[in-house]
Ligand binder design. Structure first.
Ligand SMILES: C[S@@+](CC[C@H](N)C(=O)[O-])C[C@H]1O[C@@H](n2cnc3c(N)ncnc32)[C@H](O)[C@@H]1O
Length: 271
């Protein structure tokens, strides 16, 4: 595949496997012949954060192919919208509108330019600001929340899930690093604010460092449950990685240190 630069090191430990169950998809059915972002190559240039082709293409599969039925006609909130990569994908999946919230103004500028370049600016709005402040202030009403690549850049998980619940969203797609343990624990780490993909300083941080927490899957399930959400499904990274053996820059998914999953409210689960 032309996108492959170097092959990920194969998982050495047999316990290293994706966080979800073994794939039930027929062999070959998750093969990606043409990645979504091949039609939107600006996104390979407008971010310094994991904008590798295979990684973006497979994440797109894990989010928008797996949960395709959520998007037609939906109002979408994209938390930590970065350069607009997933806001654009939501609109192309049929969303009626998308609001992106992103703390770094230069990334908001990139997102705005990207959506305009692909003629999708009309249905997109990007707000520059801290997601906790913006959600408390603006109280957007949406159907679907995308929380992609953000949960492990904060320790304020309960506050985040509270704000998400207050949007009225019945579905939340989360893509996150996970700490690997069966226990419901959150592993702490400090993170420097200089890096583009990291947390920004907020009212609870001191100096250049923000305290963050990486939940286990059990912890995430518990945090979500206390706000009325349950894990409906984990994306089929096992099938995606099996059928795309050339894929690189996805080792975190391969060894279960990262997952994509769908949270839903109890009303929507009993549809
Ligand atoms: C790892 S990147 C994820 C980008 C994109 N959502 C994705 O999954 O590919 C994390 C993003 O969160 C943004 N961010 C960090 N802290 C934030 C905050 N408090 N409010 C809003 N955005 C924040 C960063 O600027 C960065 O764009």
């Amino acid at each position: 595949m032309p996108w492959t630069r170097s092959r990920d090191r194969a998982a050495a430990d047999p316990r290293d496997r994706p966080a979800g169950p073994p794939s039930g998809a027929p062999a070959g059915s998750r093969r990606v012949e043409r990645g979504f972002f091949e039609d939107y190559p600006r996104f390979f240039e407008t971010s310094e954060t994991s904008s590798f082709p295979w990684r973006l293409h497979l994440r797109h599969e894990a989010i928008f192919t797996e949960y395709a039925d959520l998007f037609p006609g939906a109002r979408v909130l994209d938390i930590a919208s970065h350069d607009g990569r997933w806001s654009l994908a939501a609109l192309q999946a049929g969303a009626a509108s998308v609001v992106g919230v992103e703390a770094r103004p230069e990334l908001v500028a990139n997102a705005t330019a990207n959506l305009a370049a692909y003629d999708l600016a009309e249905r997109a709005e990007f707000v520059a600001g801290d997601v906790f402040e913006v959600l408390e202030r603006d109280r957007p009403a949406v159907d679907v929340v995308l929380c992609l690549g953000f949960l492990y850049h904060t320790l304020r998980h309960t506050e985040l899930l509270t704000r998400i619940r207050q949007t009225g969203a019945r579905h939340v797609v989360i893509d996150t690093e996970l700490h690997r343990s069966p226990e419901a624990v959150v592993r702490l780490a400090d993170e420097h604010v200089e890096r583009e993909g990291n947390a920004v300083a907020d009212a609870f941080s001191y100096g250049d460092t923000v305290l963050t927490g990486r939940p286990t899957l059990a912890a995430l399930e518990l945090i979500a449950r206390t706000q009325g959400y349950a894990v409906e499904r984990l994306s089929d990274w096992d099938g995606l990685l099996r059928d795309n053996p050339d894929a690189d820059q996805v080792r975190d998914y391969r060894i279960g240190r990262r997952a994509t999953l769908l949270l839903s409210t109890s009303e929507s689960r009993s549809r």
